[in-house]
Design a binder for this molecule. Structure first.
Ligand code: ASP
Length: 332
């Protein structure tokens, strides 16, 4: 690692907090995100790649505290920094709880071909077997690698390289805590080698100048009625993402509620509560075909939290027809 030679392009490290920067308080009751960006880099020790680095401390928060406005500001900050010739790539250290949402939001906002890589950790910075340093070292290697250009925003975790479009937290504590909801890993980091096995399907850029935050996510459970959906509408939601059953099915009560919302100009987007697979309007009697007839849009292979991010960005500036087009690009 070096911070000295001002002529060599640098990898920008943007620290935001999370377990990778967390340690127990003095009485050992709870972990808090307190380590500075410099301390994160110092923790790399012998794992530090020889890449030149530059550091922006964006925040120091658990990612349960990162909201849509902050995540949008983070993406815009990275987009601006990626325009600098002196910066060849970026690593964002982020809590794993909502890393997948910030990474996806960034992938929709940043159009630079330079690698932008999100990483985090399952164990705190002071743990004797901390995974943060290895994940950070891997992410720096990917961000500095020419083979990682033009792959969209990436997530590097537990040696895997994933696309931000389908990266998701698959385990609450395992070291390989991130996986893919659709097409699998893009590649791996094996020691010093960055190995890219396939290219991701690229997402379109959404040139949003702002983000709409009044979009709710509701997961259906057996026998779901319309109370939560109606409460979201009554509280001023401009859009509602439903995590429906299986291929994209709900209940007749919800279909009726979706129709009322559509007539009131509120968007409903259908995703599945299944871990993998696309939604399609197939069934009647409260199923996806009825939801579509009631005006709901289908999010293809996007999972609920990501469909919500997309809708939040789209609602800030796009008309309905363009939002339909945008969602269709995720139908594959
Ligand atoms: N609570 C942490 C966070 O998301 C969890 C983690 O980073 O793994 O900030």
């Amino acid at each position: 690692m070096g911070m000295s030679d001002s002529r060599r392009p640098k990898v920008l490290i943007v620290s935001t907090g999370g377990t990778i920067a967390s340690r127990y308080d003095p009485v050992g009751r709870a972990m808090t995100s307190t380590a500075t960006g410099d301390q994160l880099l110092a923790a790399l020790g012998d794992l530090a790649p020889s890449t030149e680095l530059t550091l922006d401390e964006f925040s120091n928060l658990g990612s349960n505290r990162i909201d849509l406005d902050m995540s949008f500001r983070l993406a815009r900050h990275i987009a601006v920094r990626m325009e600098e010739d002196a910066v060849c790539g970026c690593v964002v250290t982020h809590g794993t709880d909502t890393l997948e949402e910030s990474a996806f939001l960034a992938s929709l906002v940043i159009s630079s071909g330079k690698p932008v890589v999100f990483t985090g950790a399952q164990r705190g910075i002071d743990a004797s077997d901390a995974d943060g340093p290895r994940n950070l070292a891997d992410a720096i290697r990917v961000a500095a690698s020419p083979s990682a250009r033009d792959l969209g925003v990436l997530v590097v975790f537990g040696g895997r390289i994933l696309s931000a479009t389908d990266a998701t937290k698959v385990n609450t504590w395992h070291l390989d805590g991130y996986g893919s909801t659709s097409f699998g890993t893009l590649g791996e980091v094996d020691g010093e080698m960055v190995l890219i096995g396939r290219r991701p399907m690229m997402c379109p850029a959404v040139n949003a100048r702002d983000i709409e935050t009044r979009v709710d996510l509701i997961t259906l459970a057996m026998g779901a009625d319309a109370r939560l959906f109606d409460a979201a509408v009554a509280s001023g939601a401009r859009g509602i993402v439903l995590e429906t059953f299986g291929r994209g099915n709900a209940t007749p009560e919800l279909v009726a509620a979706v129709r009322r919302a559509t007539n009131a100009g509120i968007f409903t987007v259908v995703t599945s509560r299944c871990a993998q697979g696309r939604v399609l309007p197939v069934y009647d009697d409260g199923g996806g075909r009825d939801l579509e007839d009631a005006g709901a849009l289908f999010a293809g292979r996007l999972k609920g939290p990501k469909a919500r991010i997309l809708l939040c960005l789209a609602l800030s500036h796009l008309p309905r027809s363009k939002i339909v087009d945008l969602l269709m690009t995720f139908g594959m």
